[in-house]
Design a protein around this ligand. Structure first.
Ligand code: ADP
Ligand code: MG
Length: 546
């Protein structure tokens, strides 16, 4: 049963019981016999009907139908009571109003008018039947009815009926108004709850950091993304001054609100943002925060970590440039190579001519030597801009190293004053990588060391097997490098050697990096240089090379 119907039953039982008890108390205190038999009758009737209502309520689920049945029953009981207590003279006719008000409140205008009409019909019929003597006066009635004139009868009925309808109209009007207000309030409350949830969701789930600040620059809120970016938890940020977190230098905050009067948003970027022991780039925007009433209540600071984006951007830019330059210069290099081959070939033929005197022979040799050198530079350059594909395999790095050093030891580049010493232990050690490329790295570095000692000297090569790296150190006691040269060591086309191209170290750097290793340099001008190559030996090399 609907709560309204149940409520009505409860209120009715309480009301009737209270009335009954009150009457009994009065009867015993005044010790006068009241004509309350009829009261017992109607009370009994009400209790009986209550049981019926409960039964009906179990069968019918409709709220409206239950209420209509109950109110109709009430009107009938009231009519019975009015009849027993003197009809037109009964003091209980006001009870109709109670039912009309109940109907108006619970069933609104239609229910109220229906109840008023029911009361009019029942009360009118009763009055008429009693007036014309069709219904006999009940015996023992305390309220002895006075004879009524017909005009008084009609006047009485008219005022009662008007009262019934007026009550129905007024009460239902108020009840309906109340219902509408409640509905609106409910809708508003729901909207507010939804808005709040939306707000919460937006703030919690945006990937940007969000901080709200009081006018004085004290943090009042930070969202989860903000905590993540700053590596802080909310408790250690809220309540603290914003300068503490690196957005503004000490004292800088004071000037910030002034700039906001000119612009609605102040955007900034800081590349030396210290978060933990990392330096990051952060972009942030400050906007004034107004309360609902439009009063300035503080600021919002929205921020993003731009570090990775910037790095990516720089890499892309470099790659782009390298690709463009590489493509173009590789094309030019090829264009030079072909005529160069023709020149060298022709000179080769001319050189064989017997008509040449020794001086001319010498010049021809120079042309040949220089074109060979140019050809080699171009080959190096092409290798640099268009690296060959790696062919990773297991190879003996220790053996490769000693072979390369032997080769260099027997090459014409090695002067009388040069010695190459090495201690390669163990003499055999296998790693995964492209053996040819690694051999090229050894050659480039060892040859540089020899070239750096034009007046002779010693190249010492040692190896070391670490936990996860194989390390080779090439140390010479040549002329060494100053700081600027060291910094530019790996840049292409930087050369200080008379016949250099400046590509050897650039290529080596690239190869070692592609193998997941690294090259380190320590050098002192006039003293010597040590170049350390370390290559990973663990399974990770397979990944680095693949
Ligand atoms: P290249 O040998 O064609 O000049 P590299 O890339 O091999 O090009 O070397 C670049 C430059 O680095 C050399 O010209 C030289 O100035 C310097 N350099 C390289 N290795 C050494 C070294 N062991 N000692 C001193 N300077 C060196
Ligand atoms: Mg070199």
């Amino acid at each position: 049963m609907h709560t309204d119907a149940r409520m009505l039953i409860a209120v009715r039982v309480v009301a009737v019981t209270t009335l009954l008890l009150a009457t009994l108390i009065i009867q015993y205190t005044v010790r006068e016999l009241l004509p309350i038999n009829y009261l017992y009758t109607t009370a009994g009737l009400t209790y009986g009907l209550t049981l019926a209502y409960i039964g009906v309520g179990k069968l019918l689920t409709s709220r409206k139908l239950n209420l209509v049945i109950q109110i109709s029953g009430d009107l009938v009981v009231e009519t019975v009571l009015v009849y027993f207590t003197g009809g037109l003279d009964s003091p209980f006719s006001f009870l109709y109003l109670v039912s009309i008000i109940t109907a108006s409140m619970l069933l609104y205008r239609r229910g109220g008018l229906l109840a008023a009409s029911g009361a009019v019909i029942l009360y009118g019929a009763l009055a008429d039947l009693m007036y014309y003597g069709v219904l006999p006066l009940p015996e023992q009635s305390w309220f002895v009815p006075t004879p009524w004139s017909s005009s008084r009868l009609y006047f009485n009925m008219a005022t009662n009926f008007a009262g019934f309808y007026a009550t129905a109209f007024l009460t239902s009007y108020l009840a309906e108004k109340l219902r509408k207000t409640f509905e609106e309030l409910d809708a508003n409350r729901q909207n507010l709850a939804e808005l709040r949830a939306l707000n919460q969701n937006v703030v919690e789930s945006i990937p940007s950091g969000l901080i709200t600040l009081s006018q004085e620059g004290i943090v009042t809120f930070i969202n989860p993304a903000g905590c993540l970016i700053l590596h802080q938890d909310a408790q250690s940020v809220i309540g603290h001054r914003i300068e503490q977190f690196g957005f503004y230098a000490a004292g800088e905050w004071q000037g910030v609100p002034r700039t906001l009067t000119a612009e609605p948003v102040v955007r900034s970027e800081k590349n030396d943002f210290q978060i933990g022991d990392e330096t990051r780039s952060l972009g942030f925007a400050l906007t004034p925060l107004n309360s609902i009433e439009g009063m300035a209540s503080g600021y919002t600071l929205i921020f993003q970590d731009l570090t990775d984006m910037k790095k990516l951007e720089a890499e892309l830019r470099l790659k782009d440039r390298m690709a463009a330059v590489g493509e173009l210069s590789a094309g030019i290099a090829h264009e030079i190579r072909n005529p160069l081959a023709a020149i060298a070939g022709s000179v080769q033929v001319l050189k064989k001519s017997t008509a040449l005197n020794p001086q001319e022979q010498r010049l021809m040799s120079i042309i040949l030597k220089e074109s060979e050198r140019l050809n080699k530079s171009i080959a190096d350059f092409l290798r640099f801009v268009k690296p060959q594909e790696k062919r990773p395999a297991e190879f003996d790095i220790a053996a490769s190293l000693s072979e390369t050093l032997d080769l260099l030891g027997n090459s014409p580049e090695l002067g009388a004053g040069h010695t190459i010493e090495h201690s390669i232990t163990p003499p055999s050690y296998t790693i995964v990588g492209d053996g040819d490329q690694i051999r090229q790295v050894f050659w480039n570095i060892a040859r540089n060391a020899v070239q750096a000692m034009p007046d002779g000297g010693t190249l010492l090569v040692t190896t070391e097997v670490g936990d996860d790296h194989y390390k080779i150190v090439f140390s010479d006691n040549g002329r060494g490098m100053n700081d600027a040269d060291q910094r530019r060591l790996f840049q292409p086309f930087r050369t200080n050697f008379p016949s250099g191209t400046g590509l050897g170290m650039a290529i080596s750097y690239r190869i070692v990096q592609e193998h997941g290793g690294r090259i380190d340099v320590t050098s002192r001008e006039g003293v010597g240089t040590a170049i350390t190559v370390s290559l990973p030996v663990s399974a990770s090399i397979q990944n680095a090379v693949a």
